[in-house]
Ligand binder design. Sequence first.
Ligand SMILES: Cc1cc2nc3c(=O)[nH]c(=O)nc-3n(C[C@H](O)[C@H](O)[C@H](O)COP(=O)(O)O)c2cc1C
Length: 188
Amino acid sequence: MTDTKLDILAISGSLRRGSFNTGLLRAAQEEAGADVAIEIYDYSDIPLYNGDVEAAGFPAAANRLKDRILKADAIIFAVPEYNYSFPGVLKNAIDWASRPYGKSAWAAKPAALMSTGGGLGAARAQYHLRQVLVSQGMHLLHAPEVFVANAATKFDANGRLSDDVARGLIKQVVINLSAWTRRLAASA
Ligand SMILES: Cc1cc2nc3c(=O)[nH]c(=O)nc-3n(C[C@H](O)[C@H](O)[C@H](O)COP(=O)(O)O)c2cc1C
């Protein structure tokens, strides 16, 4: 971390090009102040977790993710809901970066969560993810909570978040996560 700029890693639970959740992360980039840089990370090259593969040598793509998490000052997740939980692709990436046991890259990282999807704004998925991240000892931001309901009505034809209430909440998440990250760093 520098005094002037925080490095925030943004991770979407959706790999699809037109993802509304990745759209939330782009909105976070747009709403962020000059004291914050947000990079959206593509982890689509990570293989399925398999203990035999890990024992044979960590895959390069999983190592890259671990290194990038370790370098980041904080993380922002945006997740869709798949069958009342968050997508397996994200769980797989979380699992790889948590290995080997005792050396999780997620440990003690400040993080914020957001979600968008159907009528509940993927609330069930976001709360499942929150539970999983607690297992990693992450320092999770509590407020504001961002559940963007009815995603299809909140983005324009270019995939840009067009809902001002949601944009305001996302802006506040970035502000609060930045303050939370600096506070934790100062007390370390
Ligand atoms: C396998 C699968 C399961 C889904 N299950 C749910 C669900 O339980 N609840 C819900 O609100 N939406 C569900 N959806 C709809 C997605 O949440 C929705 O398509 C969302 O826009 C996907 O996020 P994305 O736009 O970031 O890719 C499901 C979609 C898929 C592909």
